[in-house]
Write a protein that binds this ligand. Structure first.
Ligand SMILES: Cc1ncc(C[n+]2csc(CCOP(=O)(O)OP(=O)(O)O)c2C)c(N)n1
Length: 562
Protein backbone atom coordinates (compact mmCIF):
# COMPACT_ATOMS: atom_id res chain seq x y z
CA UNK A 1 0.00 0.00 0.00
CA UNK A 2 1.35 3.46 -0.88
CA UNK A 3 1.22 5.85 2.07
CA UNK A 4 2.59 9.26 2.94
CA UNK A 5 5.03 9.54 5.81
CA UNK A 6 2.41 11.35 7.88
CA UNK A 7 -0.10 8.53 7.33
CA UNK A 8 2.53 5.98 8.26
CA UNK A 9 3.17 7.91 11.46
CA UNK A 10 -0.49 7.71 12.46
CA UNK A 11 -0.71 4.01 11.61
CA UNK A 12 2.29 3.41 13.84
CA UNK A 13 0.69 5.38 16.67
CA UNK A 14 -2.42 3.23 16.43
CA UNK A 15 -0.28 0.09 16.52
CA UNK A 16 1.24 1.44 19.74
CA UNK A 17 -2.24 1.78 21.20
CA UNK A 18 -2.24 5.58 21.19
CA UNK A 19 -5.76 7.00 21.31
CA UNK A 20 -5.03 10.60 22.28
CA UNK A 21 -2.33 13.08 21.32
CA UNK A 22 -1.81 16.60 22.61
CA UNK A 23 -0.46 19.19 20.23
CA UNK A 24 -0.34 22.47 18.38
CA UNK A 25 -0.05 22.80 14.59
CA UNK A 26 2.24 24.78 12.32
CA UNK A 27 3.76 24.80 8.85
CA UNK A 28 6.24 21.96 9.32
CA UNK A 29 3.63 19.56 10.73
CA UNK A 30 0.85 20.38 8.27
CA UNK A 31 1.11 16.94 6.62
CA UNK A 32 0.59 15.30 10.04
CA UNK A 33 -2.37 17.51 10.88
CA UNK A 34 -3.89 16.81 7.49
CA UNK A 35 -3.61 13.07 8.17
CA UNK A 36 -5.06 13.56 11.68
CA UNK A 37 -8.14 15.17 10.13
CA UNK A 38 -9.42 11.78 9.02
CA UNK A 39 -7.78 9.66 11.73
CA UNK A 40 -9.41 7.92 14.69
CA UNK A 41 -6.78 9.32 17.00
CA UNK A 42 -8.10 12.09 19.21
CA UNK A 43 -6.12 15.30 19.09
CA UNK A 44 -6.36 17.79 21.94
CA UNK A 45 -5.45 21.30 20.88
CA UNK A 46 -3.51 23.00 23.66
CA UNK A 47 -2.97 26.75 23.80
CA UNK A 48 0.82 26.55 24.17
CA UNK A 49 3.17 23.68 23.37
CA UNK A 50 4.36 23.58 26.98
CA UNK A 51 0.74 22.89 27.87
CA UNK A 52 0.66 20.04 25.34
CA UNK A 53 3.81 18.46 26.78
CA UNK A 54 2.59 18.67 30.38
CA UNK A 55 -0.83 17.35 29.38
CA UNK A 56 0.78 14.36 27.67
CA UNK A 57 2.88 13.91 30.80
CA UNK A 58 -0.22 14.10 33.04
CA UNK A 59 -1.94 11.55 30.82
CA UNK A 60 1.10 9.26 31.17
CA UNK A 61 1.34 9.65 34.96
CA UNK A 62 -2.38 9.03 35.42
CA UNK A 63 -2.46 5.90 33.24
CA UNK A 64 1.04 4.43 33.08
CA UNK A 65 0.82 4.59 29.28
CA UNK A 66 3.12 6.57 27.02
CA UNK A 67 2.01 10.20 26.61
CA UNK A 68 2.26 11.69 23.13
CA UNK A 69 2.58 15.29 21.98
CA UNK A 70 3.17 17.07 18.71
CA UNK A 71 4.67 20.48 18.00
CA UNK A 72 5.78 22.24 14.90
CA UNK A 73 9.41 23.05 14.13
CA UNK A 74 11.41 25.93 15.61
CA UNK A 75 9.48 27.80 18.31
CA UNK A 76 6.88 25.03 18.58
CA UNK A 77 9.60 22.53 19.34
CA UNK A 78 11.49 24.79 21.73
CA UNK A 79 8.25 25.51 23.60
CA UNK A 80 8.16 21.80 24.45
CA UNK A 81 11.54 21.89 26.17
CA UNK A 82 10.38 22.56 29.74
CA UNK A 83 7.76 19.84 29.41
CA UNK A 84 10.34 17.37 28.14
CA UNK A 85 12.81 18.23 30.92
CA UNK A 86 10.02 17.89 33.50
CA UNK A 87 9.20 14.39 32.26
CA UNK A 88 12.87 13.47 32.08
CA UNK A 89 13.59 14.43 35.67
CA UNK A 90 10.59 12.40 36.89
CA UNK A 91 11.14 9.39 34.56
CA UNK A 92 7.84 9.75 32.73
CA UNK A 93 7.32 7.97 29.40
CA UNK A 94 6.63 10.47 26.62
CA UNK A 95 7.11 10.45 22.88
CA UNK A 96 7.29 13.97 21.47
CA UNK A 97 7.02 14.51 17.73
CA UNK A 98 8.45 17.73 16.41
CA UNK A 99 8.20 19.09 12.91
CA UNK A 100 11.41 19.97 11.15
CA UNK A 101 12.19 21.95 8.02
CA UNK A 102 12.73 19.90 4.86
CA UNK A 103 15.88 17.76 4.82
CA UNK A 104 17.50 19.92 2.12
CA UNK A 105 17.14 23.01 4.35
CA UNK A 106 18.49 21.54 7.59
CA UNK A 107 21.56 23.39 8.79
CA UNK A 108 20.86 26.48 6.67
CA UNK A 109 19.03 28.58 9.27
CA UNK A 110 15.82 28.07 7.37
CA UNK A 111 12.62 29.70 8.55
CA UNK A 112 11.56 28.06 11.86
CA UNK A 113 14.53 25.79 12.02
CA UNK A 114 15.82 24.72 15.43
CA UNK A 115 18.22 21.92 16.19
CA UNK A 116 15.79 20.19 18.53
CA UNK A 117 17.70 16.92 18.74
CA UNK A 118 20.73 18.95 19.79
CA UNK A 119 18.73 21.03 22.25
CA UNK A 120 17.01 18.06 23.86
CA UNK A 121 19.98 15.68 23.97
CA UNK A 122 20.59 16.13 27.72
CA UNK A 123 16.89 16.01 28.64
CA UNK A 124 15.73 12.97 26.70
CA UNK A 125 16.27 9.28 27.16
CA UNK A 126 16.94 9.19 23.42
CA UNK A 127 16.12 11.23 20.36
CA UNK A 128 15.92 10.78 16.60
CA UNK A 129 15.99 12.86 13.44
CA UNK A 130 14.15 10.84 10.79
CA UNK A 131 16.01 11.32 7.53
CA UNK A 132 14.12 8.88 5.32
CA UNK A 133 10.46 7.94 5.20
CA UNK A 134 11.57 4.32 4.93
CA UNK A 135 13.04 4.54 8.48
CA UNK A 136 9.98 6.13 10.05
CA UNK A 137 8.02 3.10 11.24
CA UNK A 138 11.04 1.43 12.78
CA UNK A 139 12.02 4.63 14.57
CA UNK A 140 8.53 5.22 15.96
CA UNK A 141 8.41 1.64 17.22
CA UNK A 142 11.80 2.06 18.87
CA UNK A 143 10.82 5.40 20.37
CA UNK A 144 7.84 3.91 22.21
CA UNK A 145 9.87 0.92 23.30
CA UNK A 146 12.63 3.10 24.75
CA UNK A 147 10.17 5.50 26.38
CA UNK A 148 8.35 2.79 28.34
CA UNK A 149 10.95 0.13 29.10
CA UNK A 150 13.50 0.05 31.95
CA UNK A 151 13.55 3.47 33.60
CA UNK A 152 10.92 5.32 31.55
CA UNK A 153 11.60 8.70 30.01
CA UNK A 154 10.90 11.08 27.15
CA UNK A 155 11.98 10.42 23.55
CA UNK A 156 11.93 13.08 20.84
CA UNK A 157 11.34 12.19 17.18
CA UNK A 158 12.10 15.05 14.80
CA UNK A 159 10.20 14.81 11.50
CA UNK A 160 11.32 16.84 8.46
CA UNK A 161 8.41 18.03 6.36
CA UNK A 162 9.48 16.23 3.18
CA UNK A 163 9.84 12.95 5.08
CA UNK A 164 6.21 13.35 6.13
CA UNK A 165 5.07 14.13 2.61
CA UNK A 166 6.88 11.44 0.68
CA UNK A 167 4.80 8.44 -0.38
CA UNK A 168 6.30 4.99 -0.14
CA UNK A 169 5.11 1.40 -0.33
CA UNK A 170 4.34 0.56 3.25
CA UNK A 171 3.83 -2.50 5.33
CA UNK A 172 4.03 -2.32 9.11
CA UNK A 173 7.30 -3.89 10.30
CA UNK A 174 6.34 -6.73 12.63
CA UNK A 175 9.84 -7.90 13.58
CA UNK A 176 10.99 -7.62 17.19
CA UNK A 177 12.94 -4.58 18.26
CA UNK A 178 16.67 -4.89 18.46
CA UNK A 179 18.54 -1.77 19.47
CA UNK A 180 22.29 -1.98 19.78
CA UNK A 181 23.42 -1.07 23.29
CA UNK A 182 19.93 -1.11 24.79
CA UNK A 183 18.73 -4.17 26.65
CA UNK A 184 15.64 -4.47 28.77
CA UNK A 185 16.62 -5.46 32.30
CA UNK A 186 15.35 -8.94 33.08
CA UNK A 187 15.62 -10.79 36.37
CA UNK A 188 17.80 -9.82 39.33
CA UNK A 189 20.62 -11.25 41.38
CA UNK A 190 19.05 -13.84 43.66
CA UNK A 191 22.01 -13.90 46.07
CA UNK A 192 21.35 -10.25 46.76
CA UNK A 193 17.69 -10.99 47.30
CA UNK A 194 18.68 -13.65 49.84
CA UNK A 195 20.97 -11.19 51.63
CA UNK A 196 18.22 -8.57 51.63
CA UNK A 197 15.77 -11.02 53.19
CA UNK A 198 18.32 -11.88 55.86
CA UNK A 199 18.90 -8.19 56.64
CA UNK A 200 15.18 -7.51 56.78
CA UNK A 201 14.59 -10.40 59.18
CA UNK A 202 17.37 -9.28 61.48
CA UNK A 203 16.48 -5.58 61.49
CA UNK A 204 15.10 -4.10 64.70
CA UNK A 205 14.42 -0.61 63.40
CA UNK A 206 13.71 -0.95 59.66
CA UNK A 207 12.24 1.75 57.42
CA UNK A 208 11.12 1.56 53.82
CA UNK A 209 11.85 4.64 51.74
CA UNK A 210 9.73 4.39 48.59
CA UNK A 211 9.82 6.55 45.50
CA UNK A 212 8.41 7.02 42.02
CA UNK A 213 9.89 3.70 40.88
CA UNK A 214 7.21 1.92 42.91
CA UNK A 215 4.55 3.69 40.88
CA UNK A 216 6.15 3.32 37.45
CA UNK A 217 6.77 -0.36 38.15
CA UNK A 218 3.16 -0.87 39.33
CA UNK A 219 4.58 -2.33 42.52
CA UNK A 220 2.29 -0.78 45.15
CA UNK A 221 0.73 -4.14 45.99
CA UNK A 222 4.12 -5.82 46.50
CA UNK A 223 5.26 -2.87 48.61
CA UNK A 224 2.17 -3.16 50.81
CA UNK A 225 2.80 -6.87 51.25
CA UNK A 226 6.40 -6.31 52.30
CA UNK A 227 5.48 -3.58 54.76
CA UNK A 228 2.62 -5.51 56.32
CA UNK A 229 4.38 -8.85 56.46
CA UNK A 230 7.23 -7.37 58.49
CA UNK A 231 5.34 -4.39 59.97
CA UNK A 232 7.85 -1.97 58.47
CA UNK A 233 7.05 1.76 58.57
CA UNK A 234 7.04 3.35 55.11
CA UNK A 235 8.00 6.86 54.12
CA UNK A 236 7.58 8.04 50.55
CA UNK A 237 9.18 10.73 48.46
CA UNK A 238 7.07 13.32 46.69
CA UNK A 239 7.16 11.09 43.61
CA UNK A 240 6.22 8.05 45.67
CA UNK A 241 2.98 9.56 47.03
CA UNK A 242 0.17 7.08 46.50
CA UNK A 243 2.62 4.19 46.25
CA UNK A 244 1.67 3.32 49.84
CA UNK A 245 -1.64 3.95 51.56
CA UNK A 246 -1.23 7.40 53.08
CA UNK A 247 -3.44 6.80 56.10
CA UNK A 248 -2.12 3.32 56.99
CA UNK A 249 -0.80 2.95 60.53
CA UNK A 250 2.55 2.09 58.92
CA UNK A 251 2.66 5.28 56.86
CA UNK A 252 5.15 7.94 57.92
CA UNK A 253 4.14 10.33 55.15
CA UNK A 254 6.78 12.16 53.18
CA UNK A 255 10.39 12.55 54.25
CA UNK A 256 12.97 15.19 53.48
CA UNK A 257 12.92 18.97 53.39
CA UNK A 258 9.20 19.31 54.07
CA UNK A 259 8.62 15.80 55.31
CA UNK A 260 7.09 14.90 58.64
CA UNK A 261 9.25 15.04 61.71
CA UNK A 262 8.49 11.41 62.43
CA UNK A 263 9.62 10.27 58.96
CA UNK A 264 12.87 12.16 59.25
CA UNK A 265 13.50 10.99 62.80
CA UNK A 266 12.82 7.41 61.73
CA UNK A 267 15.44 7.78 58.98
CA UNK A 268 17.86 9.17 61.55
CA UNK A 269 17.35 6.23 63.92
CA UNK A 270 16.74 3.26 61.65
CA UNK A 271 19.13 0.33 61.47
CA UNK A 272 17.98 -0.78 58.02
CA UNK A 273 16.86 1.41 55.14
CA UNK A 274 15.06 -0.37 52.32
CA UNK A 275 15.20 2.12 49.46
CA UNK A 276 12.79 1.19 46.70
CA UNK A 277 12.68 3.00 43.34
CA UNK A 278 14.31 6.15 44.68
CA UNK A 279 17.33 8.22 43.77
CA UNK A 280 18.38 9.86 47.06
CA UNK A 281 17.54 13.34 45.83
CA UNK A 282 19.07 16.18 47.87
CA UNK A 283 15.60 17.46 48.81
CA UNK A 284 15.16 14.08 50.51
CA UNK A 285 18.53 13.40 52.07
CA UNK A 286 19.51 16.86 53.26
CA UNK A 287 23.18 16.78 54.28
CA UNK A 288 24.15 13.48 52.78
CA UNK A 289 26.65 12.29 55.38
CA UNK A 290 24.07 12.61 58.14
CA UNK A 291 21.41 10.71 56.21
CA UNK A 292 20.42 7.39 57.86
CA UNK A 293 23.71 7.29 59.78
CA UNK A 294 23.00 4.02 61.63
CA UNK A 295 21.49 2.08 58.75
CA UNK A 296 22.56 -0.61 56.40
CA UNK A 297 21.07 0.21 53.02
CA UNK A 298 19.27 -2.05 50.57
CA UNK A 299 18.63 -0.25 47.29
CA UNK A 300 16.29 -1.71 44.68
CA UNK A 301 16.15 0.12 41.35
CA UNK A 302 15.79 -0.54 37.65
CA UNK A 303 18.59 1.91 36.88
CA UNK A 304 22.01 0.60 37.90
CA UNK A 305 23.41 4.14 37.54
CA UNK A 306 21.35 5.28 40.53
CA UNK A 307 22.79 2.72 42.90
CA UNK A 308 25.66 4.04 44.95
CA UNK A 309 25.41 7.46 43.22
CA UNK A 310 24.69 9.42 46.39
CA UNK A 311 24.93 6.98 49.29
CA UNK A 312 26.84 3.83 50.01
CA UNK A 313 24.70 0.75 49.56
CA UNK A 314 25.26 -2.67 51.18
CA UNK A 315 22.78 -4.58 49.08
CA UNK A 316 22.39 -3.22 45.55
CA UNK A 317 19.61 -4.93 43.61
CA UNK A 318 19.11 -3.96 39.98
CA UNK A 319 15.79 -5.11 38.59
CA UNK A 320 12.13 -4.34 38.09
CA UNK A 321 10.96 -3.12 41.48
CA UNK A 322 7.80 -5.20 41.21
CA UNK A 323 9.69 -8.41 40.47
CA UNK A 324 12.33 -7.89 43.13
CA UNK A 325 9.80 -7.07 45.83
CA UNK A 326 7.77 -10.15 44.89
CA UNK A 327 10.90 -12.30 45.19
CA UNK A 328 11.74 -10.81 48.59
CA UNK A 329 8.17 -11.29 49.82
CA UNK A 330 8.17 -14.89 48.76
CA UNK A 331 11.17 -15.70 50.95
CA UNK A 332 10.27 -13.50 53.86
CA UNK A 333 8.76 -14.92 57.02
CA UNK A 334 5.94 -12.93 58.54
CA UNK A 335 7.02 -11.17 61.70
CA UNK A 336 6.38 -12.47 65.22
CA UNK A 337 3.94 -10.07 66.81
CA UNK A 338 6.20 -8.56 69.50
CA UNK A 339 9.40 -8.31 67.49
CA UNK A 340 9.44 -4.64 66.54
CA UNK A 341 7.40 -3.35 69.44
CA UNK A 342 10.00 -0.97 70.74
CA UNK A 343 10.47 0.60 67.31
CA UNK A 344 6.76 1.05 66.80
CA UNK A 345 6.39 2.59 70.23
CA UNK A 346 9.12 5.10 69.46
CA UNK A 347 7.49 6.04 66.18
CA UNK A 348 4.09 6.25 67.80
CA UNK A 349 5.50 8.65 70.38
CA UNK A 350 7.00 10.86 67.65
CA UNK A 351 3.70 10.85 65.78
CA UNK A 352 1.86 11.95 68.92
CA UNK A 353 4.41 14.58 69.79
CA UNK A 354 5.00 16.01 66.32
CA UNK A 355 1.92 15.70 64.15
CA UNK A 356 1.60 17.92 61.11
CA UNK A 357 -0.16 21.01 62.35
CA UNK A 358 -0.78 24.61 61.44
CA UNK A 359 -1.89 27.77 63.15
CA UNK A 360 -5.55 28.49 63.66
CA UNK A 361 -7.14 30.90 61.30
CA UNK A 362 -8.08 33.98 63.20
CA UNK A 363 -11.01 36.19 62.16
CA UNK A 364 -12.16 33.72 59.54
CA UNK A 365 -8.99 33.95 57.48
CA UNK A 366 -8.37 30.93 55.32
CA UNK A 367 -5.38 28.76 56.16
CA UNK A 368 -4.09 27.12 52.97
CA UNK A 369 -3.67 23.77 54.73
CA UNK A 370 -7.34 23.86 55.63
CA UNK A 371 -8.29 24.05 51.95
CA UNK A 372 -6.31 20.85 51.25
CA UNK A 373 -7.88 19.11 54.24
CA UNK A 374 -11.32 19.96 52.92
CA UNK A 375 -10.43 18.69 49.45
CA UNK A 376 -9.41 15.43 51.10
CA UNK A 377 -12.44 15.25 53.29
CA UNK A 378 -14.78 15.70 50.31
CA UNK A 379 -12.98 13.32 47.94
CA UNK A 380 -11.64 10.79 50.47
CA UNK A 381 -8.56 10.05 48.42
CA UNK A 382 -10.61 9.13 45.36
CA UNK A 383 -9.46 12.04 43.19
CA UNK A 384 -6.44 12.88 41.10
CA UNK A 385 -4.60 15.77 42.69
CA UNK A 386 -2.22 17.76 40.51
CA UNK A 387 -0.06 20.54 41.87
CA UNK A 388 1.89 23.51 40.75
CA UNK A 389 5.19 24.23 42.48
CA UNK A 390 5.88 25.99 45.73
CA UNK A 391 4.09 25.99 49.06
CA UNK A 392 0.89 24.79 47.39
CA UNK A 393 2.71 21.65 46.29
CA UNK A 394 4.12 20.89 49.71
CA UNK A 395 0.78 21.42 51.48
CA UNK A 396 -0.88 19.16 48.90
CA UNK A 397 1.75 16.53 49.75
CA UNK A 398 1.36 16.97 53.51
CA UNK A 399 -2.37 17.34 54.06
CA UNK A 400 -4.00 15.04 51.50
CA UNK A 401 -3.78 11.31 52.13
CA UNK A 402 -3.11 9.52 48.87
CA UNK A 403 -4.62 6.08 48.60
CA UNK A 404 -3.80 5.04 45.08
CA UNK A 405 -0.80 5.12 42.82
CA UNK A 406 -1.15 7.70 40.03
CA UNK A 407 -3.41 9.93 42.13
CA UNK A 408 -0.79 12.60 42.86
CA UNK A 409 0.79 14.33 39.86
CA UNK A 410 3.49 16.85 40.60
CA UNK A 411 6.75 18.03 39.10
CA UNK A 412 9.25 16.64 41.58
CA UNK A 413 12.65 16.68 39.93
CA UNK A 414 12.50 19.87 37.91
CA UNK A 415 9.97 21.70 40.10
CA UNK A 416 8.15 23.25 37.16
CA UNK A 417 5.72 26.05 37.98
CA UNK A 418 2.86 25.83 35.51
CA UNK A 419 2.94 22.03 35.41
CA UNK A 420 -0.17 21.20 37.40
CA UNK A 421 -3.00 22.66 35.37
CA UNK A 422 -2.03 21.26 31.96
CA UNK A 423 -1.17 17.95 33.65
CA UNK A 424 -4.69 18.00 35.11
CA UNK A 425 -6.04 18.32 31.57
CA UNK A 426 -4.15 15.19 30.54
CA UNK A 427 -5.31 13.36 33.65
CA UNK A 428 -8.95 14.35 33.17
CA UNK A 429 -8.88 13.21 29.54
CA UNK A 430 -7.38 9.91 30.69
CA UNK A 431 -9.69 9.41 33.68
CA UNK A 432 -12.94 11.29 33.00
CA UNK A 433 -14.74 9.49 35.83
CA UNK A 434 -12.44 10.80 38.59
CA UNK A 435 -12.50 14.26 40.14
CA UNK A 436 -9.34 16.10 39.11
CA UNK A 437 -8.14 18.98 41.26
CA UNK A 438 -5.18 21.27 40.59
CA UNK A 439 -3.73 22.81 43.73
CA UNK A 440 -2.11 26.02 42.56
CA UNK A 441 -0.30 29.11 43.74
CA UNK A 442 -1.23 32.52 42.39
CA UNK A 443 2.20 32.72 40.75
CA UNK A 444 2.25 29.25 39.21
CA UNK A 445 -1.23 29.33 37.77
CA UNK A 446 -0.29 32.36 35.71
CA UNK A 447 2.40 30.37 33.96
CA UNK A 448 -0.03 28.27 31.93
CA UNK A 449 -3.37 29.91 32.60
CA UNK A 450 -4.06 30.02 28.87
CA UNK A 451 -4.87 26.30 29.06
CA UNK A 452 -8.23 27.35 30.45
CA UNK A 453 -9.09 27.65 26.77
CA UNK A 454 -8.27 23.97 26.26
CA UNK A 455 -10.18 22.83 29.33
CA UNK A 456 -13.24 24.82 28.31
CA UNK A 457 -13.11 23.66 24.69
CA UNK A 458 -13.08 19.99 25.73
CA UNK A 459 -15.61 20.57 28.54
CA UNK A 460 -13.28 19.30 31.24
CA UNK A 461 -14.59 19.80 34.78
CA UNK A 462 -11.24 20.36 36.47
CA UNK A 463 -11.20 22.23 39.77
CA UNK A 464 -8.38 24.70 40.14
CA UNK A 465 -7.83 25.74 43.75
CA UNK A 466 -5.64 28.82 43.78
CA UNK A 467 -4.13 29.19 47.25
CA UNK A 468 -3.79 32.88 46.67
CA UNK A 469 -1.34 34.42 49.13
CA UNK A 470 -0.47 37.31 46.79
CA UNK A 471 3.15 36.17 47.02
CA UNK A 472 5.55 33.83 45.31
CA UNK A 473 5.08 32.08 48.60
CA UNK A 474 7.83 29.52 48.73
CA UNK A 475 10.46 32.01 47.66
CA UNK A 476 9.11 34.52 50.16
CA UNK A 477 9.35 31.84 52.85
CA UNK A 478 13.05 31.34 52.10
CA UNK A 479 13.60 35.10 52.06
CA UNK A 480 11.92 35.27 55.43
CA UNK A 481 14.01 32.50 56.90
CA UNK A 482 17.38 32.96 55.25
CA UNK A 483 17.54 36.50 53.83
CA UNK A 484 16.49 38.60 56.80
CA UNK A 485 12.91 39.05 55.64
CA UNK A 486 13.93 41.02 52.56
CA UNK A 487 11.06 40.08 50.25
CA UNK A 488 12.85 41.00 47.05
CA UNK A 489 10.43 40.81 44.10
CA UNK A 490 8.18 38.12 45.52
CA UNK A 491 5.19 40.34 46.19
CA UNK A 492 2.44 39.43 43.74
CA UNK A 493 -0.13 41.95 44.88
CA UNK A 494 -0.54 43.07 41.32
CA UNK A 495 -2.81 40.37 40.09
CA UNK A 496 -5.43 39.84 37.48
CA UNK A 497 -8.98 39.14 38.62
CA UNK A 498 -8.93 35.33 38.45
CA UNK A 499 -12.71 35.14 38.56
CA UNK A 500 -13.01 37.36 35.51
CA UNK A 501 -10.27 35.42 33.73
CA UNK A 502 -12.16 32.19 34.34
CA UNK A 503 -15.37 33.74 33.08
CA UNK A 504 -13.69 35.26 30.04
CA UNK A 505 -12.62 31.76 29.00
CA UNK A 506 -16.08 30.33 29.63
CA UNK A 507 -15.17 28.65 32.91
CA UNK A 508 -16.72 29.22 36.32
CA UNK A 509 -14.86 31.51 38.70
CA UNK A 510 -15.38 32.22 42.37
CA UNK A 511 -13.46 34.12 45.01
CA UNK A 512 -13.49 32.84 48.59
CA UNK A 513 -12.25 35.03 51.43
CA UNK A 514 -13.89 33.44 54.47
CA UNK A 515 -12.85 30.15 56.07
CA UNK A 516 -16.49 29.31 56.63
CA UNK A 517 -17.09 29.24 52.85
CA UNK A 518 -14.28 26.90 51.85
CA UNK A 519 -16.17 23.65 52.12
CA UNK A 520 -19.31 24.85 50.43
CA UNK A 521 -17.33 26.30 47.52
CA UNK A 522 -15.57 22.97 46.99
CA UNK A 523 -18.84 21.04 47.25
CA UNK A 524 -20.41 23.24 44.58
CA UNK A 525 -17.35 22.92 42.34
CA UNK A 526 -17.43 19.11 42.61
CA UNK A 527 -20.97 19.14 41.22
CA UNK A 528 -19.97 20.87 37.99
CA UNK A 529 -19.71 18.39 35.12
CA UNK A 530 -19.06 20.35 31.97
CA UNK A 531 -16.43 23.00 32.51
CA UNK A 532 -13.50 23.97 34.69
CA UNK A 533 -14.00 25.82 37.95
CA UNK A 534 -11.47 28.31 39.26
CA UNK A 535 -11.66 28.80 43.03
CA UNK A 536 -9.60 31.79 44.09
CA UNK A 537 -9.02 31.22 47.82
CA UNK A 538 -7.55 34.30 49.47
CA UNK A 539 -5.45 32.61 52.09
CA UNK A 540 -3.37 33.83 55.01
CA UNK A 541 -0.62 35.78 53.26
CA UNK A 542 2.41 34.74 55.24
CA UNK A 543 1.67 31.13 56.15
CA UNK A 544 4.79 28.98 55.93
CA UNK A 545 5.36 25.32 55.16
CA UNK A 546 6.56 23.44 58.22
CA UNK A 547 8.36 21.43 59.32
CA UNK A 548 11.40 22.27 57.25
CA UNK A 549 14.96 21.05 56.96
CA UNK A 550 17.06 24.06 55.96
CA UNK A 551 18.83 23.43 52.63
CA UNK A 552 21.90 21.26 53.20
CA UNK A 553 20.92 20.61 56.83
CA UNK A 554 20.51 17.32 58.63
CA UNK A 555 17.10 15.66 58.72
CA UNK A 556 17.33 15.53 62.51
CA UNK A 557 17.37 19.32 62.75
CA UNK A 558 14.05 20.51 61.46
CA UNK A 559 12.52 23.95 61.89
CA UNK A 560 8.93 24.31 63.04
CA UNK A 561 6.22 21.80 63.72
CA UNK A 562 7.63 20.89 67.15
C1 LIG B 1 9.23 27.89 36.05
C2 LIG B 1 9.71 28.20 37.43
N1 LIG B 1 10.22 29.42 37.71
C3 LIG B 1 10.65 29.71 38.96
C4 LIG B 1 10.60 28.77 39.94
C5 LIG B 1 11.11 29.10 41.34
N2 LIG B 1 10.02 29.02 42.31
C6 LIG B 1 9.80 27.94 43.10
S1 LIG B 1 8.50 28.10 44.08
C7 LIG B 1 8.18 29.64 43.53
C8 LIG B 1 7.03 30.44 44.07
C9 LIG B 1 5.72 29.88 43.66
O1 LIG B 1 4.74 30.81 43.96
P1 LIG B 1 3.22 30.46 43.84
O2 LIG B 1 2.94 29.77 42.56
O3 LIG B 1 2.42 31.66 44.10
O4 LIG B 1 3.00 29.35 44.95
P2 LIG B 1 3.12 29.39 46.53
O5 LIG B 1 4.53 29.03 46.88
O6 LIG B 1 2.74 30.76 46.98
O7 LIG B 1 2.15 28.34 46.95
C10 LIG B 1 9.12 30.02 42.56
C11 LIG B 1 9.14 31.33 41.89
C12 LIG B 1 10.09 27.49 39.60
N3 LIG B 1 10.03 26.49 40.46
N4 LIG B 1 9.64 27.25 38.34
Amino acid sequence: MKLKGAEILLQCLQKEGVDTVFGYPGGAVLPIYDALYKSEIRHILSRHEQGAAHAADGYARATGRVGVCIATSGPGATNLVTGIATAYMDSIPLVCFTGQVGTSLIGRDAFQEADITGITLPITKHNYLVEKTEDLARIVKEAFYIARTNRPGPVVVDLPKDVMEKEIDFEYPEEAINIRGYRVVKGYNSNQVITAVDYIQKARRPVIYAGGGVISSNAAEELRELAEKRKIPVTTTLMGMGGFLGNSYLSLGMLGMHGTRYANYAIGECDLLIAVGVRFDDRVTGKIDTFAPHARVIHIDIDAAEIGKNVEVEVPIVGQVKEVLAAINQRLEAIESEELNEWHETIHRWKEEYPLRYGDSSEGRIMPQHVIEEVYSLTQGEAIICTEVGQNQMWAAQYYHYKHPRSFLSSGGLGTMGYGFPAAIGAKIACPELPVVDIAGDGSIQMNIQELGTAVQYRLPIIICILNNHFLGMVRQWQGLFYGGRYSYTDMSHQPDFVKIAEAYGAIGRRIKEASQVREALEEALKVKDRPVVLDFWVEREADVYPMVPPGGSLMNMLGGD
